[in-house]
Design a protein around this ligand. Sequence first.
Ligand code: SAM
Length: 270
Amino acid sequence: MSDHAEHYILATGGRDVERLRILHEVYGPGTEALFHRVGLRPGLRVALVGCGSGNVACWVAEQVAPGGHVVGIDISSDQIEQARLQAQSRGLTNIEFHVADAYAPRLPEGSFDLAYCRLVLMHLTHPVDALRAMWSLVKPGGTVLCEEMNLGCWLCDPPAEAMSSFFRLNDALGDRRGENFHLGASLHRLFREAGFERPEVSSNFVMAVRGRAKRLLWMTFVQFAPELVREGLATQEEVDRVAEGLKQVADDETTLFGFPLVAQVWCERR
Ligand SMILES: C[S@@+](CC[C@H](N)C(=O)[O-])C[C@H]1O[C@@H](n2cnc3c(N)ncnc32)[C@H](O)[C@@H]1O
């Protein structure tokens, strides 16, 4: 395991399956487009770091069949349990999951064609170290690809106080914990720091006016709100007010959401 003592703030396992499914409904099409862009195809070996309940990993396993193989790792054994259940229910035989740390994945070095993570580095205090670990997993000619949020880029029309409060409080918590929820913007520089010479960039930005996906921010807020109160960053009354406001605007189809922008950065290992 790594020297970095951290704990992940959001829920895991069965308590987060639904939220991650909704998150995948929002960002999945952009993720799939990115994978196709970097040449995902049958036969490839792919590592997924911080794979959560396995939504991307299982889709990738379907794309690399026949002949390809997927390994997903996550620091949380609860997430890995959910990922295994999903793979089993989808009848996948070319995928395996292990509990492991992004800083020290304990996978064979230089053995993968692609190494990927989504919304993982933004939760780490030393994201460049985790990127270096991903770099070491891919073969020369292989590609590392990451998708990370930039909480500075979002939309709400008409403006809603609850949405502004969500982002303000999320930032405050990130600052307190040494996590950078604006990491998407600087991800290209982190790639260079980690040793990648010429990273490529794109974006995954999604808007919605209706549908359950709009509840994603509310569901996320409910998970981290207790930490805001514990840390003295908000009162219980305030978090209750914000939670209620987020749910209301999510369910109001005259309000448009632009979900936080996800930066996509990838680079080949030379
Ligand atoms: C926001 S979730 C994203 C899950 C998945 N990548 C997806 O997009 O559906 C972040 C995941 O990173 C995992 N995680 C956090 N810190 C980690 C670490 N140091 N090593 C590996 N996984 C970690 C969490 O357990 C969680 O499953």
